[in-house]
Design a protein around this ligand. Structure first.
Ligand code: 2NL
Length: 361
């Protein structure tokens, strides 16, 4: 400090100019800017330098005040030097600030910029489950034949699951092995006929409807059984309905599903809710008759069960069996699905493995 006080103002100004050059060098060499954060840091440092070198309390400001006390012969030269230094300081600081701001602006816009020519990221698109696709194909056919599509509850009372279907207490089909029961006396529906009983009670006859949906059986899962599966039942009740209507309808159905060359065959059978009853087969969609691996060398594939609605079932739904008759049928959606896609294990449809499912979109 003592040294400094002994310096002449001219020497002091010279030294100040040197210090200024050194300190601004560190922040202003724009080519050395490493990053946006670095540039922002330098800009802040530059503000401090401005206060330090050209601020009101700067050394330069006190040198300016000294001008008046300089001996007259060197006063004007010193005054000019101070002015030149000040102009240099301000210009250097302004230039540095401008180039840092330019750097910051372009770095920010580069960071935020979008290349609109890049290909978009394609969203992974889902697809319908093969059972849903099969159900929709079946629904479309029956809707075009004038049938309504209905659904209803999956948990049922004994009345709808059994009594109304002519399955009285003590009937073997009521075996607790056959379906699932809740602790308060309800049962998971074992066929969608329950939906049709509700619909007949609501709407009366005539009625033409199909009831696709989930049904439950107490089966141990194996390649051809699952305790939960999908079924479609169909029902047509009107005056004068006969077995001929049943055969004609199912023949038309398999024509539309598998092709017009498909034949049907009815075999006598038994169901509590139909009389007479028949199993329905269709000629193999793969070999057309001679036999192949798909139809197990018989030429025929089982479609489902069918028959004329039992008078007791009509009565349970408050329909007079003297006035109305009807036919009904039931077929397994997942079984048909497995056949068409040649799955050797029906459980594959319920494992929700997309690598499997996406083959059938
Ligand atoms: C099968 C057999 C069948 C019915 C379902 C039915 C419905 C009412 C009245 C009478 Cl409301 N019958 N449905 C009739 C015969 C067979 O299903 O093998 N299902 C997979």
């Amino acid at each position: 400090m003592a040294d400094e006080n002994q310096q002449t103002p001219q020497a002091q100004l010279e030294r100040l100019a040197q210090t200024f050059a050194q300190e601004t060098e560190q922040v202003s060499s724009a080519s050395g800017v490493a990053s946006l954060a670095d540039a922002e840091k330098r800009l802040a440092a530059l503000k401090d330098l401005r206060v330090k070198f050209v601020g009101k309390k700067s050394e330069l400001a006190s040198l300016k005040k000294m001008i008046g006390r300089i001996p007259a012969e060197s006063r004007s030269a010193f005054g000019q030097s101070v002015q030149q230094s000040e102009a240099l300081f301000v210009r250097t600081l302004d230039d540095a600030e401008q180039s840092l701001n330019a750097y910051i602006q372009s770095a920010r816009s580069a960071r935020e910029s979008l290349d609109v020519t890049l290909p978009g990221r394609r969203p992974r698109q889902g697809h319908l489950h093969p059972i849903t696709l099969m159900r929709q194909r079946i629904e479309d056919i029956f809707v075009s034949l004038g049938y309504a599509v209905e659904d209803d509850r999956e948990i049922e009372t004994d009345f709808y699951n059994f009594d109304a279907l002519n399955i009285p207490e003590g009937h073997p089909a009521r075996d607790p092995q056959d379906t699932f029961y809740t602790t308060d006396g309800f049962a998971l529906r074992s066929q969608t006929s329950t939906v049709q009983i509700h619909a007949m009670q609501r709407r009366g006859a005539p009625v033409r409807m199909i009831a696709p949906g989930r049904v439950f059986r107490r089966d141990t899962p194996d390649p051809t059984h699952n305790p939960m599966f999908y079924q479609v039942e169909g029902l047509c009740v009107d005056r004068g309905i006969t077995m001929a209507h049943l055969k004609g309808t199912l023949a038309e159905f398999v024509h539309r599903l598998f092709g017009p060359e498909t034949r049907t065959r009815f075999r006598p059978s038994y169901f509590p809710f139909t009389e007479p009853s028949a199993e329905v087969d269709y000629s193999c969609f793969s070999c057309g008759g001679p036999g192949c691996r798909i139809c197990k060398w018989s030429g025929w594939i089982e479609l489902g069960g069918s028959g004329m609605v039992h008078p007791n079932v009509l009565r349970a739904a408050n329909i007079d069996p003297e006035e109305f008759t009807g036919f009904a049928f039931g077929l397994g959606i997942d079984r048909t699905c497995a056949r068409i896609y040649q799955l050797d294990d029906i459980r594959l449809l319920f494992e929700n493995d997309v690598r499997f499912l996406e083959q059938f979109r």
